[in-house]
Design a binder for this molecule. Sequence first.
Ligand code: S3P
Length: 172
Amino acid sequence: MRLPLYLIGFMGSGKSYLGKRWAEALHLPFLDLDTYIEQRTQKTINELFDFYGEVNFRAFETQMLKEITKAQPQTIIACGGGAACFNNNILFMNEQGTTIYLQATANTLVKRLENEKMNRPLIKNISTDALPPFIVLKLEQREVFYLQAQKVFSVESLLNMSLEEQIALIHE
Ligand code: S3P
């Protein structure tokens, strides 16, 4: 498998959770792109959206995706949910390493995100009622990019597998 291994997918799809487990099992370092951005800018993702707006956030995100790819290529990288969908980043990642789309159904995402909105600027002000249609629409728009990944794994299926089975799938 060519490194870095980029995990992409919607907010709440488990990119950081699975990425950490896989990194440990494969004895590779793990990096979370959002955490890296927060450390590098000394601002939270919420603050970056508030102060600079989404367009500027996407520019930072792209710059830092390129920066960590160059500085730490032997890594598993959990990308923020939008990272693959802007500035041709999916093409860059496909060129540099291996991309895996963690595909979750809108139902799963709604359940997971209902109580995890606060640190996520795109959904923090969306009411519980408005969240399901928002996710359905956003997911549909984003799958155009996510489905360009080299591998697509169903999150619901992954969670019924042992860690060994998950790792075997990565190596297929
Ligand atoms: C975003 C997802 C977030 C974070 C930011 C924007 C998105 O990351 O990068 O809030 O556009 O989907 P997670 O997918 O880790 O929540």
